[in-house]
Design a binder for this molecule. Sequence first.
Ligand SMILES: Cc1ncc(COP(=O)(O)O)c(C=O)c1O
Length: 381
Amino acid sequence: MAKAADRLAVFRDHLGDLAAQTRLRRLSPREGIDFSSNDYLGLAGSERLAGAARRALDRGVPVGAAGSRLLRGNVDLQEQFESEAAQFFRADAVLGFGGGYMANFAMLATLPQRGDLLLMDELSHASTHEGARAGRAEIATFRHGDVGHAKDVITSWRSAGQTGAVWIAVESLYSMDGDRAPLDALAALADEHGFLIVDEAHATGVYGPDGRGLAHHLEGRSNVLTLHTLGKALGGSGALICGARALIDFMINRSRPFIFATAPSPLMAAVGCEALAILRDEPERRDALHSHIALFGAEMGRRLPQLAISGSQIAPLIVGGDAPTMALAGRLQEMGFDIRGIRPPTVPEGTSRLRVALTLNVTEEDIRRLAEALEELWPDM
Ligand SMILES: Cc1ncc(COP(=O)(O)O)c(C=O)c1O
């Protein structure tokens, strides 16, 4: 029988293969000027969120929920947060989760039924793909942002005699490309065939009135679900699914990641309520982020006009190969910028990139210095 030590060989070999392909991932400390986090509004370390957590602790809110929502874990504060969020996002009903990955997974694994089609943008987040795989519906993808292709896929599925609902799943602002989904055309397609699921993870707090997201004009529709995460612009952790009461109640009854998991920390409900209040009372944060986006676009347009800049707070700079991407990221890190290289399988083969994320954790001067550094290093690629 193989010894325990030998059983590790398969893992070590795999890691060796990753290293040989320059794809080995390592945890590294937080260092340098933040051009990589999703803390877009600079709220994660804000006094307002810290104060909300402190006050909640002082008035006896427990740190842990101590059970599933369906058992002892349904603390009042979580329900209060969901009802405030329902008002904020003009939703029929809202359900909270410990994180966006889990919420996406739960929604896609639970709602589309056998006989339905789950049609995802090919660049949808890993949690969408994993949830789809765990569910019962037939799965298909359409070319990134291509509504015509989405229509073709639906037409050929229907022509095979399928009568089920089509669930179209997209991100409103793509996490690795910083571009937007054609939401209106997709909503029209959903009106004809079924439902639209919009992952607003990177748009919540940044776009729309009060930061309600890019799908704010679709709020309250019975065939539209939105996912808002708390771990990015809102500065905490967790996620909210907004949708029709019947869909949310179905999830409460049928979603295994909801039923068989400890409820999110009640402290995050306190933090979430405060984050929504900040979105309402401090529009200047959003304005400041949008001027950072404009400044970065102008600096890059002047210095490296050959690069397409997304125009959102997520600016991918496509390099191509893995090794040059990681080398460039390394050079920038040595210069004090926290910028990460993103490689397959997170992004498609041949599109390794620097993902520059703009947040209020940087100054205008930082942005100018970064553009200057990029101009200096880019020709070496
Ligand atoms: C588009 C998208 N959806 C969902 C998630 C997962 O959210 P969370 O980090 O809250 O688990 C992410 C996070 O990386 C994301 O980028």
